[in-house]
Design a protein around this ligand. Sequence first.
Ligand code: ADP
Ligand code: MG
Ligand code: MG
Length: 251
Amino acid sequence: MLEIRDLHATVADKPILKGLNLTVNPGEVHAIMGPNGSGKSTLANVLAGRDNYEITGGEALFEGKSLADMEPEERAQAGLFLAFQYPVEIPGVSNMEFLKAALESVRGAQGKEEWDSVTLLRQARAACKQVNLDASFLKRGVNEGFSGGEKKRNEIMQMLLMEPKLALLDETDSGLDIDALQVVAKGVNSLRSPERGIVLVTHYQRLLDYIVPDFVHVLSNGQIIKSGGKELALELEQKGYGWLTGEEESA
Ligand code: ADP
Ligand code: MG
Ligand code: MG
């Protein structure tokens, strides 16, 4: 489903990813961990096609198609959900208007039945309920004035509605309290299915108590330097990253 081979990428012309390999098959949940600054968010941003992030070598294929040749919207239409596809804040555009446009685009491209406004509202309210977000958030500007936890709930709510083939979530360093962690966990777990791949970039061993991954990878200095099963996350919690990177503990 996702095949990343020898990927090299720069951020603002600075080399960050330096030969990264990763294969994700349908039904698998992968966790990517690693010290601060190792390139985890860069990987997420590169896959999302964010400005300023450039692939300089290797390839990233989604169902055999090179992501480098696809606009961010085409990536979403192909069934990728990358949190970073979705703008952080769009004042003046309500959450509901935004969801309507995104769902029309993605469902249309995938030949799924179009939702009329009643169905859309029902689905959106149900998704809000799943993440404990009040339905009044649907009327507010996208992420406008949302707290960190509310943004995270909103993101998971979007993901539930989009029903992606592959979801990639970057749990950034700050702002996730235990409630938000559990919302992420519940949302991700409800999307687990034999047809769907999930990649979770996380600093939190604790999150992996709730979402048990099939594979854990350690990213260090732009490469995946170790892969294992769920037990690797426990080992990292005990030992840190130093034994793998040959450096002082940095996480
Ligand atoms: P992680 O998510 O693993 O903590 P990042 O991918 O955020 O790491 O960052 C990897 C490296 O890329 C860091 O050294 C960071 O300073 C650098 N970097 C990230 N964004 C930019 C940017 N916009 N301009 C220059 N360097 C950046
Ligand atoms: Mg970081
Ligand atoms: Mg990061």
